[in-house]
Design a protein around this ligand. Structure first.
Ligand code: ZN
Length: 551
């Protein structure tokens, strides 16, 4: 191996920076994209870790004219199960909601038409609910969530870069600008390690340089946070169906205990979500390029065999300066443009629409109640009622009451949970205090729920008192639903937590853990260093072919 001087290293670094700055691929067939569903293949193995095997078979080469729908960027240093949950939420939750609701509706209808028997159980399903909608909905939701074959074209490093070949990794890193340029949007799965990783920051820089919009920053806690609401509700309804309501006191106590257990998790994740967002804001505001970490600098630019390594930081520093004029200009764009983008997206991510989506088990429960009444009337040997009424009106009261819960009361309580999660986001000094605080919020919201449910009978009385005799209960429940929907909409649109400016004196959370990921020599997931590759084989570069710098 020929000795390489510092000036030669500098020259090679400049050549590499020059190539990356053009945002061109080193060769056409390096550009690849994979369907979003492949990221979740084999229990989300591509998102959970690498394991040393090439996952390139999941992706296909794309032409330079075709587009990649989303470029997925994440640091590989935060909790990966959270990334998996957030990907599920982002890609599959809408399909899961639509399919599970359809399945729920069809099962309920079959049961109502007497093609399916009411589910047997401790609770008297035939009198109260069909049982099929909740169970069928939940099963269909879980199955679709984990197996929806999303064909959306994405870039994910492990799927689109051959991890078993150093030369391929080098080509892909040099072509990273081209990948980003051909992507319609950049999805940042943010955790507290993101803004410290040099290559993550570089992806952000390349995207900001080549695009005017389409940047989506999602804290990885978003997935657990929102899916937790749906699962808590689903599990809650299924568990209470085992309790039965023969003994009303026991039933109420069981509902209280199960509700506290399920919704404790919801409150806890909401608090973590907002804390994570605040940390994200602070890091973006205080972002400094020189604080990012990369493998080459942590090992002193020496390969295990003792040879010199190129410095990624130097290469990307030069590249970013070419794009933005100066590093401080880039830092200011990260702080402003990206920070604003984060805040505006949080508004849309946490809105009324999202709350209705995550509360979908309430819709399944409503269908259970409605179809049970439908069935009861249809199969009643006494035909007097059915001769006088339209069969569709059989469970209309249950329908309105269910809709009031799903579209009005539920979103309103979720809005309160969001608000409380935001106000009390800061972790307490001990876990016991944190648990107590979560419990207090759960009990407080449960109290509000009980109070709200007392209002509905007042509507019935009010409707009756104004002289309406026709369907007093139905009209009262409809008006109650309407009021709660308006209240929830007002809550989400007018009182949604705004991200307050971050206090400068706050310390950077997570900095105490910097040492934990400073040592990323074990990092087998993404190369994160150009220095590892053989410079003499740099495709398309004018680097001296003889100067094989490294391992
Ligand atoms: Zn370095």
């Amino acid at each position: 191996m020929a000795a390489v001087s510092q000036s030669e290293i500098k020259e090679i670094e400049n050549v590499m920076a020059g190539h990356i700055a053009t945002m061109q691929a080193t060769r056409p067939d390096i550009l690849r994209a994979a369907p979003a569903s492949s990221a979740l293949a084999c229990c989300a193995r591509p998102l959970r870790g690498f394991g040393g095997r090439s996952l390139l078979h999941y992706s296909k080469p794309i032409s330079q004219n075709s587009r990649i729908k989303e470029f997925w960027s994440h640091s590989w240093h935060g909790p990966r199960w959270m990334v998996v949950m957030t990907v599920l939420l982002l890609n599959n939750s809408l399909a899961a909601i639509v399919i599970s609701t359809l399945v729920s509706f069809l099962l309920g209808l079959f049961c109502a038409m007497d093609h399916l028997p009411p589910l047997e159980g401790p609770i008297e399903y035939d009198a109260l609910v069909s049982g099929w909608c909740q169970w069928g909905g939940m099963v269909a939701y879980v199955l679709t969530l984990f197996s929806w074959p999303s064909r959306k074209k994405i870039f994910l490093d492990l799927l689109c870069i051959d991890q078993t070949s150093e030369a391929e990794k080098q080509d892909a890193l040099l072509s990273m600008g081209a990948f980003l340029k051909q992507s319609d949007s950049l999805i940042v799965f943010w955790d507290h390690t993101y803004t410290r990783r040099l290559w993550c920051v570089f992806e952000l820089a390349a995207y900001l340089h080549s695009h005017g919009g389409g940047l989506i920053i999602l804290p990885t806690i978003a997935g657990p946070c929102f899916l937790c609401v749906t699962f808590s509700l689903g599990i809650f309804f299924i568990l209470i169906s085992f309790v039965g309501d023969q003994d009303i006191q026991l039933f109420r106590a069981a509902v209280g205990v199960i509700a506290c257990f399920c919704f404790y998790l919801t409150i806890s994740t909401f608090r973590r979500y907002f804390h994570s967002v605040t940390v994200c804001q602070r890091e973006l505001k205080e972002f400094q390029f020189h604080r990012t970490l990369c493998h080459c600098c942590t090992v002193g630019h020496r390969s295990p065999s003792g040879g010199p390594m190129l410095c990624d930081r130097q290469i990307l520093h030069t590249c970013i300066r070419k794009w933005f004029g100066s590093i401080s200009e880039f830092e200011s764009q990260v702080a402003n443009a990206v920070g604003e983008s984060l805040v505006s997206q949080l508004g849309s991510f946490l809105g009324y629409r999202r709350s209705v989506m995550v509360l979908i088990p309430l819709a399944w429960g409503t269908m259970d109640l409605y179809f049970a009444q439908y069935r009861r009337r249809l199969t009643d040997p006494d035909r007097r009622w059915i001769e006088k009424h339209n069969i569709l009106s059989a469970g209309i009261l249950e329908l309105f009451r269910g809709l009031a819960l799903w579209l009005g009361v539920g979103p309103f309580l979720l809005f309160l949970a969001v608000k409380m999660g935001h106000v009390f986001q800061k972790p307490r000094s001990s876990q016991i205090l944190d648990c107590l605080l979560n419990m207090c919020i759960v009990v407080g919201i449960a109290g509000i729920l009980v109070a709200i449910l007392q209002i509905e009978p007042m509507y019935w009385i009010a409707v009756g008192s104004v002289g309406i005799e026709w369907m007093v209960l139905e009209v009262g429940s409809f008006l109650f639903a309407l009021t709660m929907i308006i209240l929830s909409l007002c809550g989400f649109n007018c009182c949604l937590p705004r991200m307050v400016p971050v206090a400068d004196e706050d310390t950077m959370p997570g900095m105490e853990h910097v040492a934990d990921f400073m040592d990323d020599s074990h990092d087998s997931v993404i190369p994160e260093t150009l220095g590892k590759v053989q410079i003499g084989e740099l495709p398309g570069s004018q680097a001296p072919r003889a100067s094989k710098l490294t391992i």
